[in-house]
Design a protein around this ligand. Structure first.
Ligand code: ADP
Length: 149
């Protein structure tokens, strides 16, 4: 018997969960695709956030559902405007690494009021997107704590 309270045990379990344990595959688009094509990609890939990359495949921005809605109710032509015009851009993108603690990433989602965070790997000139964490991943991790042996 360890003598630890259930709260201590729960907190220890939470601190063992890394981003890599619950990550999803990222959906990325090139910065030059049109807003129209980005919206189609969101539907086809069933994601709410797209990560935007340049021709070197390095992260340059993020595009959410509401970014697309905002553009759709404006006067812009969705078929000609590229996503880099309406996205949130670097250096204002909140990112994480695969070996970060999931609880810290969950705190970032709340603090920044966003739904998704790209998991990145550092490159010479920027960041390569290797995964994504969304509120769904956090929910799955939360449920997994209940299902623990
Ligand atoms: P929605 O806008 O559909 O509610 P979010 O809450 O995720 O979705 O996005 C809110 C705003 O934050 C959007 O303008 C979006 O471009 C931006 N955003 C989304 N993900 C990130 C991120 N990882 N880092 C910085 N900004 C982001």
């Amino acid at each position: 018997y360890t003598g630890k309270s259930s709260t201590q045990l729960l907190s220890e379990s939470i601190k063992k969960i890394k981003v890599n344990d619950f990550k999803s595959i990222p959906v990325v688009v090139n910065e030059n695709v049109t807003v129209y094509d980005a919206i189609v990609t969101m539907f086809l890939e069933d994601v709410g956030t797209l990560f935007v990359v340049d021709n070197d495949n390095l992260l340059v921005g993020a595009l959410s559902r509401k970014d697309c809605l905002r553009a759709s109710i404006g006067k812009q032509d969705l078929n000609t405007v590229p996503v880099h015009i309406i996205m949130t851009r670097m250096p204002n993108i909140t990112m994480c690494k695969g070996d970060d603690l999931l609880i810290h990433v969950a705190e970032k989602l709340i603090e920044k009021q966003i739904d998704a965070i790209p998991i990145v790997r550092e490159r010479d000139n920027g960041y390569e997107v290797v995964g994504r964490i969304t509120k769904s991943n956090i929910t799955k991790a939360f449920v997994s704590l209940f299902n623990e042996d």
